[in-house]
Design a protein around this ligand. Structure first.
Ligand code: FAD
Ligand code: SIN
Length: 533
C-alpha cells in the first residue's frame, strides 16, 4: 500500500548539497532526506581532487575569484562567485568539525609548514588552494556528512527512493503557488508514496549520464532538473556540459576518473608517440582550464585517429604517487597499469553539469517553497565552465544558505493540505523492458556523437529530432505502464537532453564549454541561456 508521509522539510538527495542543508535544518525542524543508492549513489562520494578554498596566508579571495571568473569565460555572476569564495573558510572549518581529516603537511613537506593543510593545484587555479584527503576527498566528506545525518535525532534518511515529481499547489488549483512535497517511488515496496512537507530542498546532483561516456555514478540522471522544469521552475545554461579531460581508457574501467590533481603535481599529457603537445593549445599547458584541455585532447585524438592519449606522472617519486594518489594507483594496477613507471591511457568523458535550476544566493528557485543546491543548480558560480574543485565548495555554501533562508522564513511555510495519492489504477506491468534499454542506449550515444565536445548546428538538429521521437515514445510508455527507476530516469534524461539541445541551439557563439564550428567566436553581448517552462 502506498504511504502518505509528513515532514517539515523534504530534502531530495543525500550528497554534499543535500546533507549540508539537512544538518542545519535539523536544528529547528524535522527533516526527511530521500535518496537512491545510499552514500555511494551521488557524485560526492567519488570526488577525487578536493575542495577549493582560500586557506593559505599568501592566497587571497580576490585571486580565487579571478580564477573562477576566468574559467567561467565571462558568464559567471560575480556576486555568486564572491559569495561562494568568501564562505570557503567557514565551510572548511565546518567540515573539520564534522570529522573530515584533510591531508596536512608533514615535517619535510616542500609545500608548507608542518601541520598546515596540504594544498594541491588543479587546472585554472593560480595558487595551490585545493584541500584534499589523498585522492578520495569525496568519500571522506560523504562519510562524515552521512554519519552526522544518521546520528541526528531530527533527520530521517529514506534510501532506495526515487522522487518522481514535485507537488505544487498550482497543480492542485490552489493559489498562490508553492512547492509542498513530492511523489516518491519506493524501490522496496514498488509503490509511489507521497511526501508532504512545508518546503523542499532539491539536491539531486548532475545529469552527465545523458552521455555515453561519463565519470559519474549511474544515478546522475538529472532528475532534479527535470522535476523542477516540469513543476514550472526556470533552468539556465544547460549547454555547458563539462567534459573531464582524463578518464582511464580501459574496456572495463567504466570511465574511472584520473584526477586533475595529477596534472597539478606535474603530470604531462602525451601523444601515443610520447610527444608533449599542450603547448600548441595554451601557454598554461596541462594546467589550462578543463574546456581547453578536453578540446585539445579531442582534437589530437581525431587528428591521429587515436583511441586514447596518455597522462604521464612516472617521473614523480613513488612516495608522492603512493601517498597522494593511492586510489588511482591501485585502480590502475588492477588494469595492469603501473603509473609509477608507465603513462596512463586517458580519454575525455562527461563530468559535470554547469547549468541547472536557477537559484539565487539563498538557494531559492522561482517556485516559493522550492530550494535547490549543488550540481542540480545554476547558481551563477560556474558560468560557461566550472573551475576545478569549486563544486564541493558550492554544494556546502549553498546547502547552508538554503537552510538559513528556510529558517528565516519558516513562519511562511505552514503544513499543506493533503494532495491526492498517486493514481496507478490505469497502468499495467510492462512486458517490453527492451524499449527502455534500447532508448537509454540510443539517447546516450547520439548525445555523445552530436552534442559532445565539438558541436555543429546540423548535429544539434539531428539530436533534436531524435530527442523528440524518444520523448514521445517514452511518454506513451510512462502513461501506460507501472513506473520504476529505469523508466523514471530515462524520462528525466530525455527532458534534460531536450533542455541541453535547446540551449545549445540558442547560443550562437562559442563560449567556455560550448564550442560550435558554426559560430567559433565569442559574441560581444554576454547572456545566460535561461529557459522558462
Ligand atoms: P550528488 O553528490 O551527486 O548527490 C545527489 C543525490 O541525489 C544522491 O544522493 C542521489 O541518490 C540523489 N538523487 C538523485 N536523483 C534522485 C531522485 N530522483 N530521488 C531521490 N534521490 C535522488 N568536485 C569538486 O569540487 N572536487 C572534486 O575533486 C571533484 N571530483 C569529482 C570526481 C568525480 C569522479 C565526479 C563524478 C565528480 C567530481 N566532482 C568534484 C564534482 C562533485 O563531486 C559533484 O558536483 C558534487 O559532489 C555534487 O554534489 P551534489 O550533492 O549536488 O550531488
Ligand atoms: C578531479 O579530481 O580531477 C576532479 C576535480 C573536479 O571535478 O572538480
Amino acid at each position: 500500500m502506498a504511504e502518505r508521509r509528513q515532514t517539515d522539510v523534504l530534502v531530495i538527495g543525500g550528497g554534499a548539497a543535500g546533507l549540508s542543508a539537512a544538518l542545519p535544518l535539523a536544528e529547528f525542524a524535522q527533516v526527511t532526506v530521500i535518496c537512491k543508492g545510499g552514500v555511494e549513489g551521488g557524485s560526492t562520494n567519488w570526488a577525487q581532487g578536493g575542495l577549493a578554498a582560500v586557506t593559505a596566508p599568501d592566497d587571497s579571495f580576490e585571486s580565487h575569484i579571478r580564477d573562477t571568473l576566468i574559467s567561467g569565460d565571462g558568464l559567471c555572476n560575480e556576486e555568486a562567485v564572491r559569495f561562494t569564495v568568501t564562505n570557503g573558510r567557514k565551510v572548511v572549518d565546518q567540515l573539520v568539525d564534522w570529522g573530515v581529516e584533510f591531508d596536512r603537511n608533514g615535517p619535510d613537506s616542500p609545500d608548507g609548514e608542518a601541520g598546515t593543510f596540504h594544498r594541491t593545484r588543479e587546472g585554472g587555479h593560480g595558487e595551490r588552494r585545493v584541500l584534499h584527503v589523498a585522492d578520495s576527498t569525496g568519500r571522506a566528506i560523504a562519510n562524515s556528512l552521512w554519519q552526522q545525518a544518521t546520528d541526528h535525532p531530527n533527520i530521517q534518511i529514506d534510501n532506495d527512493r526515487v522522487a518522481v515529481d514535485l507537488i505544487t499547489t498550482d497543480h492542485l488549483g490552489i493559489h498562490p503557488n508553492r512547492c509542498i512535497g513530492a511523489y516518491v517511488y519506493n524501490d522496496i515496496t514498488k509503490e509511489v508514496d507521497i511526501y508532504q512537507a512545508r518546503c523542499v530542498v532539491l539536491a539531486t546532483g548532475g545529469a552527465s549520464k545523458v552521455y555515453l561516456f561519463t565519470s559519474n555514478p549511474d544515478g546522475a540522471t538529472g532528475d532534479g532538473i527535470a522535476m523542477a522544469w516540469r513543476a514550472g521552475a526556470s533552468v539556465a545554461n544547460m549547454e555547458f556540459n563539462q567534459f573531464h579531460p582524463t578518464c582511464l581508457y580501459h574496456p572495463h574501467a567504466k570511465s574511472f576518473l584520473i584526477s586533475e590533481a595529477i596534472r597539478g603535481e606535474g603530470g604531462i599529457l602525451r601523444l601515443p608517440n610520447g610527444e608533449r603537445f599542450m603547448e600548441r593549445f595554451d601557454k598554461r599547458m596541462e594546467l589550462a582550464p578543463r574546456d581547453i584541455v578536453a578540446r585539445a585532447i579531442d582534437h589530437e585524438m581525431k587528428r591521429l585517429g587515436a583511441d586514447c592519449l596518455y597522462l604521464d606522472i612516472s617521473h614523480a617519486s613513488n612516495d608522492l604517487i603512493e601517498h597522494h594518489f593511492p586510489t588511482i594507483h591501485s585502480r590502475c594496477l588492477e588494469f595492469g597499469i603501473d603509473m609509477t613507471k608507465d603513462p596512463i591511457p586517458v580519454v575525455p568523458a562527461a563530468h559535470y553539469t554547469c547549468g541547472g535550476v536557477v537559484v539565487d544566493l539563498n538557494g531559492a528557485t522561482d517556485i516559493p517553497g522550492l530550494y535547490a543546491a549543488g550540481e542540480t543548480t545554476s547558481s551563477g558560480l560556474h558560468g560557461a565552465n566550472r573551475l576545478a574543485s569549486n563544486s564541493l565548495l558550492e554544494c556546502l555554501v549553498f546547502g547552508k544558505a538554503a537552510a538559513d533562508h528556510i529558517e528565516a522564513n519558516y513562519q511562511n511555510y505552514d503544513l499543506p493540505a493533503d494532495p491526492p495519492m498517486w493514481d496507478a489504477s490505469q497502468v499495467t506491468d510492462s512486458d517490453e523492458n527492451v524499449v527502455l534499454s534500447h532508448n537509454w542506449d540510443e539517447l546516450r550515444r547520439f548525445m555523445w556523437d552530436y552534442v559532445g565536445i565539438v558541436r555543429t548546428h546540423k548535429r544539434l538538429e539531428r539530436a533534436r529530432h531524435r530527442v523528440d521521437l524518444l520523448k514521445h515514445e517514452v511518454q506513451d510508455y510512462y502513461s501506460n505502464y507501472q513506473v520504476g527507476p529505469d523508466l523514471l530516469e530515462l524520462r528525466n534524461l530525455l527532458q534534460v537532453a531536450d533542455l541541453i539541445v535547446e540551449s545549445a541551439m540558442r547560443r550562437r557563439e562559442s563560449r567556455g564549454l560550448h564550442y560550435t564550428l558554426d559560430f567559433p567566436d565569442h559574441l560581444d553581448e554576454i547572456a545566460d541561456t535561461v529557459l522558462r517552462p
